[in-house]
Design a protein. Sequence first.
Length: 342
Amino acid sequence: MAPEPTALLAEVLVRVASITVFIALGVGLASVAVEFGAVQYIAGLARPLTQPANLPPEVGTAILATTASPTAGYGMLAEYREAGLLDDRATLVAVTMNTFFGFAQHIFTFYAPVLIPILGLKVGLMYVGARALISLAITGTGVLAGALLLSERNVDTTVEADVDEGAAVEADGSGGARDRRARLRAAAESTVEKVRDIVPRLLVVYLVVATLVAYYEEIVTVLFGSPDALGIAGAVAPITGALGLPSAAIPAVAVFAVDTTNGAIFVAPLIENGTFTARAAVATMLVGGIVSFAVSTFKRSIPFQYGIWGREFGSKVIVVNTVLKVVFIAVALVVLLAPTAI
């Protein structure tokens, strides 16, 4: 039996309010961490990776910069390639190794403070963990490729690359130019801006999804005369059957492909009402991630990579990134969609 509208609205408001508190707290702590340079410590993991990958220590500095600012990290690698320190093959290996460290920044700035509170601790950690393992696998592939494919012929350590490493490291606001009060103020402003951007969407999308879930049959009956008039189940059955996911995965993937935050907001109530198991929800979001990646390649990756590397080499970077991400997301889906998993 569908709940009363007032009860449904109250339930949504309570849920949104609790999520807002956690988002504000998480974003605030994350912003402070970024302002004071905490993310730099993750980059210490990069240094032992360059030696087995047959790359010079300078690449470790670029990875540090990627953790703080992907643009800065890519820019440094572009300078190393331009100066002749790295040839094309070595640069592709370095770009591949950058993947996990670029992802690490988003743990502090998005996944932990925003996505996990929306999805809930269990599903949020499962999804972020899956994405982290995918990124780590790609980085590991880069290290292995360097060990197998690179030699002294691919690296010229006699050249000097004119790279402003200090400026790149300070790209995350961790430089010494600003005092503590200014950093705290910047963190507070960042927190307010992000919460102000997320909460209205959270409220609207959550209310729409909760309403559709609660009153789906009534809405379809009023509009089309029968609760089965749309034939949605039959239309999506072949797709969901192939993936082993419920039919609700189709609109969830569509929303997630357009915007990750809205996709998480869409999926959250479907987890709570039992439409999705935790594994099915994560698998659905990973499928949405593949579609989203395809869209973002045209909207953001092509302009960015072409701007950094030029058309020819930028195309190679895009192809390598795309193939590796799709392959390892597919591997994660195989695990999550195993018959005994969902």
